[in-house]
Write a protein that binds this ligand. Structure first.
Ligand code: UD1
Ligand code: MG
Length: 424
């Protein structure tokens, strides 16, 4: 995080810290003097939800003939998710007051030099999303899981990972851990799933490669668990480092999560194998609440951000998408949805490995006169995009990057369609 660190770097630190100590000893939390955060950008979220969810509901209710009990479970989950959306919208302003009171805030770096750059933006609001998500996911078991305890084991292992990751993300936000420790946190949080996983450890070999490998199915054994661990580390960190622009952390999650549920419903609709359908339904049950609660957060985090999401959110979101990819058995597809993040990760490697100097923030340069961002030499998609396509405002850059993400997902659907015969 940077909030506490930035706070300690500022001249206000000693006053803020002593205020916190006074609060602790008096056991009387004082009312914050900070103004309330701006209201949610509801109209924008409504239009975005319509755009992203229309194809999903069309496929679910009209295009495919999906069994009634499966459709019922998905619908119950959708209703719970909608309730989670409103609860998150309601809770974020409340939590913002509390985090500001404990000096958990950041300054908006891409507004430095303007009055907006001096505002304390509450940090780590991903904690609200994480908690609401977990409550929904736990309650949903009551409506769906009855006799099939095999699913319950994996479902609860997935929830344990997500909960553990949210906790470690919050620890990171509060303690501001060094970069190399941050990289390792997800592998610790993945342990519940790695230990409980009893599913298959095989991968399908694409048809053209079968003569070279000698089998159409390859059992990776324990290597498969290593692959799962690496996938978790990649998904969590790749969301966290494709960041720093208002709306980008949550925006990319919203786009990828929408692509995931569309993919799931297409797979459920096209298959007659109940086990395969259940694997994709499992993914829907976790991705719908992720999408709903993330949309609520986006309504505050969209430009100009009135809250920051923190590493709590980026790790939580990355972990949730990684576990649904693993337990839904579509991790290869998930990696194609993550194409911009893969490119960002490759561009970041020289700095992450320490070969090239890595500053605390690898963000573009903001010009307060024009309000435009210019790409720097730091290796990120954000900077490279600005260097190729020219200077942009923060909002327009975020929209461009999210469109690139959406085009990447469409490309993935096309690729899967074209390569369908390879896996038969
Ligand atoms: C990662 C990136 C870092 C990037 C940061 C932004 C790497 C290795 N690390 O670090 O380059 O600068 O994310 O999130 O690639 N902030 C804004 N505007 C935003 C979002 C965040 O100014 O829209 C700033 C705020 O000061 C906020 C801080 O970034 O407090 C949060 O940074 P943090 O998430 O702690 O950074 P890292 O995840 O360590
Ligand atoms: Mg971060």
């Amino acid at each position: 995080m940077a909030a506490r660190k930035r706070a300690s770097a500022s001249t206000e630190t000693s006053n803020e810290k002593s205020l916190s100590t006074a609060e602790k000893t008096n056991h009387k939390p004082q009312e914050s003097t900070d103004p309330p955060i701006a209201p949610p950008k509801s109209a924008f979220i409504f239009k975005l939800a319509l755009l992203l969810l229309a194809p999903y509901f069309y496929l679910l209710f009209y295009h495919y003939k999906i069994q009634d009990d499966l459709k019922r479970s998905i619908l119950i989950n959708a209703i719970l998710s909608l309730a989670g959306f409103f609860l998150t919208v309601k809770m974020i302003p409340v939590a913002s007051r509390y985090v500001l009171r404990r000096n958990l805030f950041g300054y908006d770096i891409n507004k430095k030099g303007t009055p907006q750059g001096t505002v304390k933006v509450p940090e780590s609001l991903g904690i609200v999303v994480g908690i609401v998500f977990l409550v929904l996911a736990i309650l949903f078991q009551y409506f769906n899981f009855t006799a099939d305890s095999n699913w319950l084991v994996e479902y609860n292992a997935a929830l344990a990972c997500i909960c553990f990751m949210t906790l470690l993300g919050f620890v990171d936000d509060v303690l501001d851990l060094p970069w190399r420790v941050k990289l390792l946190l997800p592998s610790i949080a993945a342990l519940p799933l790695l230990m409980a996983y009893a599913g298959h450890t095989t991968i399908l070999i694409p048809k053209p490669l079968v003569p070279y490998v000698g089998h159409d199915i390859l059992d990776l054994g324990w290597l498969y668990k290593l692959y799962m661990g690496l996938l978790v580390v990649f998904c969590t960190n790749s969301i966290n480092i494709h960041a720093g622009i208002n709306g980008l952390e949550v925006g990319q999650t919203v786009v990828i999560a929408s692509a995931i549920i569309i993919h799931n419903v297409m797979q459920i609709g096209a298959s007659v194998d109940p086990e395969y359908q259940q694997a994709h339904a499992f993914s829907v049950y976790l991705t719908q609440p992720l999408l709903a609660t993330s949309m609520a957060l986006l309504s505050y985090n969209w430009y100009p951000s009135s809250v920051f999401v923190g590493d709590t959110y980026t790790y939580f979101a990355g972990m949730t998408m990684a576990v649904v990819g693993i337990l839904g058995h579509f991790s290869e597809t998930l990696l194609i949805f993550f194409l911009p993040q893969v490119i960002n990760f490759l561009l970041s490697l020289p700095q992450l490995s320490g070969y090239v100097y890595c500053p605390r923030h690898r963000l573009p340069r903001f010009d307060p006169q024009t309000g435009l961002l210019t790409g720097t030499n730091d290796g990120t998609v954000v900077n490279v995009y600005l260097r190729i396509f020219g200077r942009k405002s923060e909002k327009s850059l975020c929209i461009h990057l999210l469109l690139v993400q959406a085009i990447g997902c469409c490309f993935c659907f096309l690729l899967r369609y074209l390569l369908a015969g390879w896996y038969k």
